[in-house]
Design a binder for this molecule. Sequence first.
Ligand SMILES: Nc1ncnc2c1ncn2[C@@H]1O[C@H](COP(=O)(O)OP(=O)(O)OP(=O)(O)O)[C@@H](O)[C@H]1O
Length: 488
Amino acid sequence: MGAREATETLLMWASVGGGPAVLCDVLRLLRAKRARIGRVLYLMQAEGMPLPAKADLGDVELEQVFVPLSDPTHHTVIHEAVRARVLPRLRSLDGVLHINVSAGTPAMHAVWLVLHAGGAFPEGTRLWSAQRPKHGDSRIDPVEFPIRTYLAEIRRGAAANPSEAQYDPDCRSAARRYALETLARYARLPRAPLLLLGERGTGKTRLVETFVGHLKGRSNVVTVPCGTLDPNLAMSQLFGHVKGSFTGADKEHAGFLAQAQGGVLFLDEVQDLEARVQRQLVRVLQDPKRRFRPVGGTEEKEASAEIVCASHLSLEALRARLDTDLFDRVSLLLVEIPPLRECREDLREDWQRVWREARSSGELPQDAPWNGAMAQALGKSPLSGNLRDLQRLALILMARATGGTGGRWLEEGLAEWQALQARFEAVERKDVQGEGDLGTGTWNERVEAFKQRLARAAHNEHGSYVAAAEALAVSERALREHAKGKKE
Ligand SMILES: Nc1ncnc2c1ncn2[C@@H]1O[C@H](COP(=O)(O)OP(=O)(O)OP(=O)(O)O)[C@@H](O)[C@H]1O
């Protein structure tokens, strides 16, 4: 078979014990399995290891890749070396990649399998296990351990113990790095309530459920989207109730706070809690043991839970919506998660993460598509829906890529996303500016209401009160006061 026809690649370690004979054996056995190997990436731990004779290789091109290993039995050392020296070479491959996992130490086998499970190799990669017994014939068998098995294992582990931080604290943008570093510092403090503010879709919920839970060493994170609590039952939903405490309470109910015992109670959109619940929470927060009384109960219970709150509102708007005592207690430690438009240096990484999560089919590329037009479109979009705008783009592109709409799916999908974005951005602007609705009341009340909307719109447009005040040549304080609806 000529090298021009053969498009498949074999990747394997140079066997220290077996030498070139192992490679020739593997090539022969793969050929018998109808693999059309035209190229071999031959990984060598030390320079000067023997190579097969040209005649034994025939048309197969051999590319030596020197991967120095200080310790070939150490998983981390091997993993790092392979990531740095081998994976970048795989970008240029066409055709199927075959990997012989058998040559090398057990640590090397494990690294191939983990990389495969993590999706580091091109779609369609085949793993092989080759054996050369002292007696009898050599053989090569497919590694029968499908990726799904690993992934299921990883997901099971992650669900039971979400210890992996989803955010990369080494992010590029100064704004996000500052926020994450502050969050990490604060989250390590036991029993200190934490408040996260950030626009919708900046990933607050995910951050609390993974990063904060992990930093606090508490895997049990009970998330309560406060707006979903039933106004009549909110007290019981949060603090529980005893049997018979109200009509329909035919058995005792523990409530979210008790469920978060020893873990984290995450109150998302905390301003949506009704006033009575807010008052009750004040009591819980001022007690280091987090004691509370279930509805209808006489005895207090103790929930040694950490409390984290989040809101998409600005600090000013949150202050206006929360009970003052509650606001004072939950806002002791504040972290503001910046919107994506203030972290554009991280955009490509964010896009890659969102793509990987949204990727629903093995037919789709593992790596998020990227070109100049996309960089430009994403770079200039206000991305007011934050990660959700990226999710929309991923879904539009995926629908086109899998829908058989031809080769221009990327350009056409991008144009479709831009058109939709324009619609959503317009809705967002109207929402902030209250376009078409000039309110009711006296002239002065309407003027005040209008100033409030103007101040909020300026904040939204410029990303912060400082920037908005500078652009409009007004004092930052005045702008904040207007946004709060406070008269001068
Ligand atoms: N690091 C991440 N990588 C990929 N997707 C993410 C990441 N963080 C969050 N997401 C996804 O982005 C979306 C928004 O995240 P999340 O719900 O955590 O944001 P939020 O700030 O709590 O917004 P909202 O209050 O609107 O729910 C979710 O669909 C979530 O799954």
